[in-house]
Design a protein around this ligand. Sequence first.
Ligand code: HEM
Length: 546
Amino acid sequence: MATPEDTGSWLLYLSLAAKCGGDGQPHRFVGFLVVCAVAGLLTCLLHWSFPGGPAWGRWWWTRRRGCWAAAASVPGPRGLPVIGSMWLMTGLAHRKLAAAAGRLGARRLMAFSLGETPAVVAGHPDVAREILHSPAFTDRPVKESAYGLLFHRAIGFAPHGGYWRALRRVASTHLFSPWQVAASAPQRAVIARQMVTAMKQLQQSGASSAAGAAVRRVLRRASLHNVMWSVFGRRYELQLDPVKESDETRELGALVDEGYDLLGLLNWADHLPWLARFDLQGTRARCSRPVPRVTRFVGRIIDEHRSAPPAAAAAVDFTDVLLSLQGSDKLADSDMVAVLWEMVFRGTDTVAVLIEWVLARLVLHQDVQARVHDELNRVVGLDRVVTESDSASLVYLHAVIKEVLRLHPPGPLLSWARLATSDIHVDGFLVPAGTIAMVNMWAITHDPDVWPEPMEFRPERFLDDTSFQVMGSDLRLAPFGSGRRSCPGKSLAMATVAFWLPTPLHEFTLLPSPDPARGVNLSEVLRLSCEMAVPLAVTAQARRVA
Ligand code: HEM
């Protein structure tokens, strides 16, 4: 957006150009165009010449003109004129950003430009804390796709304020409180048994070639069913055969996938507003397709809840809770759709992605899996199934989960960035309002100055300090973020992972696929979460007679 200072510079250029162009003669008009073009080019180069690239230069040469020499600027790549370093946010952005920061000696804090948007990325725990805990960074930049998919009315993208606070309070009390997490344990147990049955069927059918895709499918469907149960009160059987799956699961699964693709996409128009009208990447068009389906789907469930007799206390789901809100907390139907849809969306893939990484590491490191099995034998014994209350005693397994969160954080850039709502100092540098701030959690967890031998998979490092928390108090490993906008679903997510992992591990020894071409491949793909690029393929050998 043009600032008054920009306008001032352009008035100067135009008056110069007008002097060249005045009396309608063709050569004068050409002169006018040349002066305009040269002025535009000079402005671009001037802005681009600044550390961090054009968005930073624009800010320094306009808003901070006169006092810019007094303060140091955040180091960072210039990128290209106009677009800055957009490509840093494509592909495996966490790795590209870490490499650029390393090259430029900007590991703690690096500036770069996403088109017209200034951005910073922190790669040190202290700087990460400054950002995540600062009241100036409690908003999020709302992308076009987030608006398009209704998320600006849900917790994740709602501006920090009364509406957001009310939503967080309701969700914390009725979905994520320790009491609620404990109360939903029987539901997780039902789904955990379904997962084991599905994996047995998979092995018996000898579908080894399809096994890889099926592990991922079992995990994703289990997560989706779990969240649909909590949020909508819907219960489904886990079906390996897509044809036998319920229409609702299939529909919602497809909507979640589409939402993931759209939100994970770098939309150039978010940072180059003059591109917005063209919708070159088709973001607006793509968003407009799932939204009516989401509205219809969730709206139907809301209507069914309205017309049903009041649920017994133990059977109350999150839709019932939202419908029961009164007074200033009461939500419009459209907001209710956004909030419910976000919960399903956020709760589905994150948990499945993390479990798939843990299983991959256990297949790859058979010695670690053997230690997990020893612990299960000791704590649970081979004559019964794992229960959720066993989970707290599985100290080594918890160390494995933490080590996987360290090596493969599901949100390496903490998924959703923060937005500076006022000018603010970070690590001694002035960062302007409107800057997008990210934390490169992946860079922190792979930094040899923070974690000795960071590339090694060594769960034992967490056995020395079993009280190490991954919930956001220690920024050396904070996969759920930190501060006011940290993940509200973290306790539920950890309870689910810490119970769903030992359940199949108690039943099976997981071995690599017999097909050498389908060995464990740790390549990543970054969508909204960082997933395994090649789905995990395993052979499961029974270790317990049921
Ligand atoms: C392994 C599982 C999960 C991981 C790694 C994860 C990670 C994250 C991260 C990094 C953030 C941003 C935090 C920040 O800005 O400081 C976040 C936000 C959020 N997460 Fe999670 N999450 C997980 C599971 C869940 C689940 C199960 C739910 C709900 C069912 C959930 C709901 C949310 C919501 C609503 C936000 C936005 C919070 C706000 O802006 O106020 N997450 N999550």
